[in-house]
Ligand binder design. Sequence first.
Ligand code: SUG
Length: 451
Amino acid sequence: MTVKKAYEVNFDGLVGPTHNYGGLSYGNVASQGSSQQVSSPKEAAKQGLAKMKALMEMGFKQGVLAPQERPDVAALRSLGFTGTDTQVIEKAAKDAMPLLVASCSASSMWTANAATVSPSADTADGRVHFTAANLNCKFHRSLEHPTTSRILAAMFANQQHFAHHAALPAVAQFGDEGAANHTRFCKSYGEAGVEFFVFGRSAFDSRFPAPQRYPARQTLEASQAVARLHGLGEAGVVYAQQNPAVIDQGVFHNDVIAVGNGEVLFHHEDAFLDTEKVLAELHDKLGRRGGRFSAVCVPRDAVSVEDAVKSYLFNSQLLSQADGSMLLIVPEECRNNERVWQYLSRLTAEDGPIREVKVFDLKQSMQNGGGPACLRLRVALNEGELNAVNSAVIMTPSLYDTLNVWVDKHYRDRLAEADLVDPQLLVECRSALDELTQILKLGSVYPFQIN
Ligand code: SUG
């Protein structure tokens, strides 16, 4: 069988106009620590766009995923607030400010949580499969999946190539956080690979230990359901439990403590339970698919879990360069942490797979616990599939310019909690998104456009 030429395309979340620090994510240290700070939606969107542009200029395939309609007035209505849209927002502000804050979150920017994606080389029917994540551990995030599904359907519309699954049942037993807990290993993007699902707890089997302090968002049962929906065979799947002790230290997703690409897993020593068994299974299964698995383990003596959480060393993008070596895209916070930076200097000087590090300023997102890896959804596509993607969402120099102008036109420089009540914010967001759906040729995907 000939292997089709294929690429990894990173679809970054465009930060929405209501980006703010709501302190909404218990268990996410940065989100809690930034609560009530004044944000800059404009700066946040520009930092994200700058990363997309830089990756595009380095020759990587880059796409963009649209933000969501916020404030989510429909969500507030479903909780009993009535009247005009303005009245709904005012009543929520008066009686239940945390609900208004949740309905304003721009959290869809972290597209690693939008869905789990399985490339066509891995699936039984040879299509690329998407399952929108129910994100049901947090109210503000649980609001995302219906619009995420419509946006993904508008981006990947061709049914011959793309299959879309609705989010799993909206109960904690099927808590699903999407690609943040999913990594795919492969010899090359177009060949069958091994999909690695990392869960925080089991909903139905008490033999799996659970964290004591913070919630484990992803369940084993959710991961298994996604693998079934995508038609992944047993030979192409490995499940691993995240170490509950690191969840209790703020590792709320696996992508805060490990990242993989191609045949390489870059992980912290304390990331998993039964690490040796997990690595052996990955080695064995990838080996049967013709690949040579290798793990780069960061010892706790070099970088503590606390430093990993603070710097987001592992929330990096691990990208394959044309010469076969790998590049790590890290947030500025890694350079500001002496131990992490020293580790990275040693790592790139060695003869290992990771040869280069590039640093990006993503502070606006980082303060809510979202680093470079959170901001992107990876979709491996062969040439035919890439041609079937809505081309208006693929980053080009001219799309970058258009989006920059669009941000300048519609986004505020600063946003504090009190601003969320301003009825003008809703008007601004809707007119921005209406224009965006035309730029990205998405059709009608937002509730205000549909209802
Ligand atoms: O779900 N933060 C997000 C960060 C998601 C990061 N994604 C990955 N690791 N893949 C979360 O905790 C904070 C919003 C606030 O507090 O305003 C928030 O939702």
